[in-house]
Structure formats: structure tokens, C-alpha cells
Design a binder for this molecule. Structure first.
Ligand code: PAF
Length: 284
């Protein structure tokens, strides 16, 4: 496994590998790898000749009151994990390597951002789209792997790839869950013991909505109410949002039809959890 820290070296290496006909699976991360990342790496490993992992905590996607400075970092641990997953390259640039000057061009995301988590994080997805545009130009991947847990990020990258004609296949990988259904996240450790038990209601309420759809329910408001009632009656969590949109367009729907996302965010004492369900709904 090679660790590369400069844009120039990374591009040179990728150009060479592509000239040799190699396919490149790319997993962009901000490091501090967890099971979700390792699952993305395993998918990339299976489907490509080479796997590139980037580790870069991107300042552009953090708001002024967000945790850029304290975002967890542990390169030695990440490197060992990547090695054990047979990653071929880690791209690990410093901030000044990625942004030597204050950027003269930024990618502005016009759609898919004024809902869900984007509502409370203005500029966040512009930062994500800008760094992904740079990373795609540096790594030149055949396929790029993202987790469906961050479904809005997947929707934004889907728009980026199609609007900018990147020759990259977007692979969205299913959320990795604990045995009881709770979506895995490094933040779950911040749940108080009684909240950890209650937090399964996020997954269970999404499953209840799925069952209700299977039984013929198509009204967004009824489904949202079902989920909200379950969460408020069975946990101490405060609902941030429960929303339903077309996916990946993220347009509001009165009645469910086609591919839809049901997404929610719930605040517990020390942590805010998100989860979602993406399903195909047939017309009734
Ligand atoms: O999901 C993340 O970790 C980041 O948003 C990403 C995609 C690596 C861009 O910085």
C-alpha cells in the first residue's frame, strides 16, 4: 500500500495505472474509519483492480460553528485498517496541498440542499461538491463509493456527476446496521445507556412506514405522522425532522410514487442521529 500526499504524485500514479488498463475504485473519507467505511472499501475491493482511499478533513464543508478543529483524526489507526483491507493507495494530502490559496472557484449546489440536513448546514454541500470535484480530477476513479446513510450527500454527488459529466460510476452502498437495526455511526457511543435502547425506534419506525406502504398507504403526511408518533411515544429523543421526498431529486411529494426517501433526524442528549429508507413505491 502506498501513501501519497501530493496532488502531482497522485495524478501521475493514476494516469499510469489507467494507461495500464486498471479500473480504480475510490472511497473518499475524512478518516477515523469505522465499519461503514470498511464496507465501502470491501465493495470497492471486489469490483475494481485498484482501491484508492482518500483521507482529508475538508475545511470547506464545515460551518463556522462546526467541529473542524476537533474532528477526530488518527492516521496511524486508519493506515493499519486500510492495509488490512488491502487498499492500494491512500491519498492523504494536507489542507495547504488541496487549497494552496483561498479557492478562486467553488462548486455551488443549486438543488437538493434546502431540505433534510442541508437546511441547517448552509454551504455544507457546496464544500462537499467542491472537494469531490477536486478529488475526482486527482484520482480519476472508475467508480466512487458512498454510504446511503448520508442519502442527501449521495443525491448531491449524483447531480454533480451528471451535471459535470464526470466519467465516474456512483455506487451507493447500503447502511450498515447493528443487530437491533440501529444504523452504525461513530456517534452512537455518545448515546446514554437508556437512549441506546430507545434509539432502535428510528429503524423500527422506518420499518413500520415500509409496512404501511406495503399495505397501501401512499399519503406522505400520514406516514410522517406514524413515524413521529412512534418516536415521541417510545423515546426521549427530540425530532429534528421526518421528511419524505422523491429520490434522488429530493422534491416534495404529497402522495408516494416511484423512488422515494423517508428520512429522519432525532436529537438525543449528546448526539443527533439520522437514518433513512429509500424504496420504490408503485402507483396505486
Ligand atoms: O462523507 C464524508 O466523509 C465527506 O463528506 C466526503 C465525501 C469525504 C467529502 O469530504
Amino acid at each position: 500500500m502506498k501513501v501519497i500526499t501530493t496532488v502531482k504524485d497522485m495524478q501521475a500514479e493514476m494516469i499510469q495505472q489507467k494507461a495500464n488498463g486498471k479500473t480504480i475504485g475510490f472511497v473518499p473519507t475524512m478518516g477515523y474509519l469505522h465499519e461503514g467505511h470498511l464496507t465501502l472499501i470491501r465493495h470497492a475491493r471486489k469490483e475494481n483492480d485498484l482501491v484508492v482511499l482518500s483521507i482529508f478533513v475538508n475545511p470547506l464543508q464545515f460551518g463556522p460553528k462546526e467541529d473542524f478543529a476537533t474532528y477526530p483524526r488518527d492516521f496511524a489507526r486508519d493506515r493499519a485498517l486500510a492495509e488490512s483491507e488491502k487498499v492500494d493507495y491512500i491519498f492523504y494530502p494536507e489542507t495547504r496541498e488541496m487549497y494552496p490559496n483561498s479557492p478562486s472557484v467553488k462548486v455551488i449546489v443549486q438543488e437538493r440542499t434546502d431540505v433534510l440536513c442541508g437546511k441547517s448546514r448552509p454551504g455544507h454541500f457546496d464544500g462537499v461538491a467542491t472537494v469531490i470535484t477536486k478529488l475526482f480530477s486527482i484520482v480519476m476513479p472508475t467508480r466512487a463509493y458512498f454510504g446511503k446513510k448520508d442519502a442527501q450527500q449521495v443525491a448531491v454527488i449524483d447531480g454533480l456527476i451528471s451535471d459535470f459529466n464526470f466519467p465516474v460510476e456512483l455506487v451507493a452502498v447500503d447502511t450498515v446496521r447493528e443487530q437491533d437495526g440501529l444504523a452504525k455511526s461513530s456517534r452512537n457511543v455518545n448515546l446514554l445507556p437508556e437512549e441506546r435502547e430507545q434509539a432502535t425506534i428510528l429503524y423500527r419506525s422506518l420499518q413500520a412506514a415500509k409496512e404501511s406502504i406495503a399495505n397501501g398507504e401512499r399519503n406522505s403526511e400520514s406516514l410522517i405522522n406514524l413515524i413521529k408518533t412512534m418516536i415521541t411515544s417510545q423515546s426521549s429523543g427530540q425530532i429534528d425532522y421526518v421528511e419524505i421526498y422523491s429520490y434522488p431529486q429530493l422534491k416534495p411529494l404529497e402522495r408516494l410514487e416511484g423512488r422515494v426517501i423517508i428520512a429522519l433526524a432525532v436529537k438525543f442528549t449528546n448526539v443527533r442521529l439520522i437514518d433513512n429508507l429509500i424504496i420504490e413505491v408503485n402507483k396505486q
